[in-house]
Design a binder for this molecule. Sequence first.
Ligand SMILES: [Zn+2]
Length: 286
Amino acid sequence: MEWIFECDLAEYDVHTVVKENETFEWDLKNVKNINIDDTVYIYVTDPEKAIRYKCNVVDILKVHEPPLYEAWYLKNNEDTVCERYVELELIEEYPLPGITLNELREHGIKQEYSFQSKRRVPLETLEFIEKRGAELIKSEGPDFLGAEDINTFPGVEREAIIKVRVNQSRYRKDLLKKYDRCALCGVTNKGLLIASHIKPWSECDKDEEKTDIDNGLMLCPNHDSLFDKGLISFDRNGNIVISDLLSPEDRMFLNVNENMHIELTGRMVSYMAYHLKYIFKSGKLK
Ligand SMILES: [Zn+2]
């Protein structure tokens, strides 16, 4: 079965929720007969007025209080107690503008339709959502990383923009499937983890290198910054190499030490060889 759940952004910050959580919970007020493996499309209210997410129901929960983490995202504290919840897992994110209310109205959603009651999806609408959703995802595509207009920005600014784009992209999501924590220190907060290219994006020869998951590491902001600036790198066995530019005190405060190690598999070895040769700053006089 397929459902549309409405999310009022003024009450619940669903965009942050999906970014920071593998699965998340949703109340089941006014819903009957929902089952595990049903599909839930999340319709977001003003200003977007569009379906932005497709989720899978992974569990039905009976709880009397919302879980603590959910309350973090609630913008008011009213009306937070419900007896049944679903646990949802994100399957697809539809890039802006999403599947808009106007489009839905042209495909089977009646004018007076309100999503508030969490409605079943008419067949005609369902077919349209799937078709339009696939188009939106394709239009974002892997080329998102390779957008050419980026070349008009000066160097430092360009790198910063690339970093943001990579971290909003499918690449980050794919990398999150491979790593659920910082490769060096174990930070797991998804809102903090950064998808970092081993061979920098701007120095990749081909698009395949830009989108190659083997060319990525998931790092916390601290270790990402050190790796990005070439103050740490790794040898072919995955053992850390630390720049002489970092004093013993800085190493301690920045949480790097000679015993650190990462797993290098497949093509990661050759990307890391590039990083060690061209990005790493040993700090030693030549
Ligand atoms: Zn870290």
